[in-house]
Design a protein around this ligand. Structure first.
Ligand SMILES: Cc1cc2nc3c(=O)[nH]c(=O)nc-3n(C[C@H](O)[C@H](O)[C@H](O)COP(=O)(O)OP(=O)(O)OC[C@H]3O[C@@H](n4cnc5c(N)ncnc54)[C@H](O)[C@@H]3O)c2cc1C
Length: 499
């Protein structure tokens, strides 16, 4: 497993990252990325910390030490251990980094047990499992195509998404773009898949691919969104932007311009069946929901504490209505934690006897999590209210003797100094209101799929698992107790007709 130092060194590899019109030389040194890189490095170091090793790591079937979520799960204990390892790592960023290296274990951690799914590329799947578990490279994930024009049929948009454009003896050449790779600039590999489209017209299935590619591959370019870490660095200090300034997972569009992919990094090629169905058939969807749910549990622990402290600091925590709102956040937090426990303790049995986080709880998480985050944000806006805007522009205001007495007098809270109150409320604002906070809402609402697809897939899961049939059978049973002539079930008494 990489150490933090090895991880940071691995990023200085000639990768091509564009930000604000410039090519970034070294992401580990640039103020737009460097503190987020340090946050990931801290996670890698924790794997080697003797005090954390038992909760974070285990030995897999190859005898390699790895993060617990990277090991093929064969028991409920394996799944609970994986959940606790995800949680322990997530606590290092208070749940504000969603695409940490263990996120992609949702896919990579099943490659051994599910290797026979990748027809023709089974050995590649096993080799990638071994490498991913042993070294823990940071792999990002890109499956969604640029939005362009969703009203057009797929073949009319095909020039924008990733396809094989040439086949060689030793691999393939791919071109196209992906929207977006979260944290891409700070990762080691890009995972690429297209799922959904059946064909691109006239029998073209050049999109039916799954592969991995190193971030410094010639022809691979990343176009970053604005860096909130850079904005925090430019506009203020950690006191003003305590989350933006260290946990910004910069999302980048990834352009593949005639990039060579050797066969050993390919898991599906010209295979619509495999590429379209991998999300459900390899139970990636169960596993990424499991990861997301465990991570959101940590974030909600943090938000619950933040709401309690913020209301204490403004003297509103004794009001019945405010307490009811705190109770609602507690209940939402409890539900999310219960769902991750349920996924682990009530698993499904997958391919080759591999245990999979339970699909019933996973579909519930996927549909409910966006609602939970939006609701929690709303409660903060209603309960902490205008306090979030009654904040001085930056920590520097406290250093100006001309206004310091006013700040100390007018910005103090209930039992806390002005500095303590402002520090606390700037943390709240960064979690929900800054550009970083706004992106977090967009992330929680969309990252597991668009708002309709997550619901449709919950319905399909119900049909596929047989639950839908038993729900309908329950209704049939209730309706079979009576007909046009009255009760057909002797339990109940007929109406007595009087003449
Ligand atoms: C912060 C953030 C980080 C992300 N990180 C990643 C990442 O790391 N990797 C990755 O692969 N993706 C990532 N994504 C993309 C994410 O998976 C998508 O945003 C999500 O799947 C929704 O897809 P979309 O944005 O293309 O919206 P769309 O799917 O285009 O949906 C937009 C609206 O149009 C409707 N719609 C779209 N198509 C149809 C149709 N054919 N018929 C009827 N209605 C339709 C939808 O119901 C919805 O209301 C990220 C997104 C965000 C916001």
């Amino acid at each position: 497993m990489l150490t933090g130092k090895e991880y940071l060194e691995s990023l200085n590899d000639g990768r091509v990252v564009f930000l604000n019109g410039e090519k970034i030389d070294d992401v580990t040194q640039h103020p737009a990325y460097r503190n987020s890189a340090q946050s990931y490095a801290r996670m890698y170091d924790a794997l080697h910390d003797p005090e954390k090793q038992d909760v974070l790591t285990t030995i897999n079937e190859y005898g390699d030490r790895t993060h617990k979520f990277f090991k093929t799960p064969r028991s409920v204990e394996d799944l609970l251990g994986a959940r606790d390892a995800i949680v322990e790592w997530s606590k290092l960023n208070f749940g504000f980094m969603g695409r940490t290296p263990d996120y992609k274990a949702s896919f990579l951690g099943h490659l051994e047990g599910y290797s026979d799914y990748y027809v023709g590329f089974e050995d590649n799947a096993k080799a990638w499992y071994r490498k991913a578990a042993r070294d823990l490279p940071f792999v990002n994930h890109t499956v969604i195509n640029p939005q362009m024009d969703r009203s057009k049929s797929l073949h009319e948009n095909k020039d924008v998404f990733v396809r094989a454009v040439k086949e060689l003896d030793n691999g393939i050449i791919v071109s196209g773009a992906k929207m977006v790779g979260t944290a891409a600039a700070l990762t080691n590999y890009n995972f690429v898949a297209n799922y959904g489209p059946k064909e691109l017209g006239n029998g073209d299935i050049s999109h039916a691919l799954i592969f991995l590619v190193p971030m410094n591959a010639p022809g691979l370019k990343m176009i970053s969104r604005q860096s909130y870490e850079l904005q925090a660095y430019t506009n203020g200090s950690p006191f003003d932007y305590p989350l933006s300034s260290r946990f910004d997972e910069n999302d980048a569009v990834i352009v593949l311009d005639n990039v060579f992919i050797p066969w050993e990094d390919v898991l599906a090629y010209n295979n619509v069946e495999v590429s379209n169905n991998f999300v459900a058939e390899t139970h990636f969807v169960n596993r990424f929901s499991f990861h997301g749910c465990a991570r959101l549990g940590v974030k909600l622990d943090f938000m619950t504490g933040l709401l309690m402290k913020a209301t204490e600091a403004s003297g509103t925590n004794g009001f019945r209505g405010v307490q009811a709102n705190i109770g609602e956040v507690v209940a939402l937090r409890n539900m999310i934690w219960s769902l991750s426990t349920a996924m682990a303790t009530n698993p499904d049995v997958g391919r080759n006897g591999v245990l999979v986080p339970g699909g019933v709880a996973a579909t519930a998480y996927r549909v409910l999590a966006p609602e939970v985050w939006v609701k929690v944000k709303k409660i903060f806006e209603q309960v902490v209210a205008g306090g979030l805007i009654q904040l001085p522009s930056s920590a520097s205001d406290f250093l100006n003797p001309e206004i310091r007495p006013y700040l100390d007098q007018y910005y103090k809270g209930t039992g806390v100094t002005a500095v303590e109150r402002v520090k606390l409320l700037k943390m709240v604002w960064d979690s929900i209101g800054t550009e970083f906070g706004g992106r977090h809402e967009l992330y929680e609402v969309n990252y597991a799929g668009n708002h309709e697809n997550i619901r449709l897939e919950a319905m399909y899961h119900s049909i596929g698992s047989g639950n839908a049939a038993s729900h309908k059978a329950l209704v049939d049973e209730a309706m079979s107790d009576y007909d046009l002539n009255g009760w057909t079930n002797a339990t109940w008494k007929e109406k007595i007709t009087t003449t």
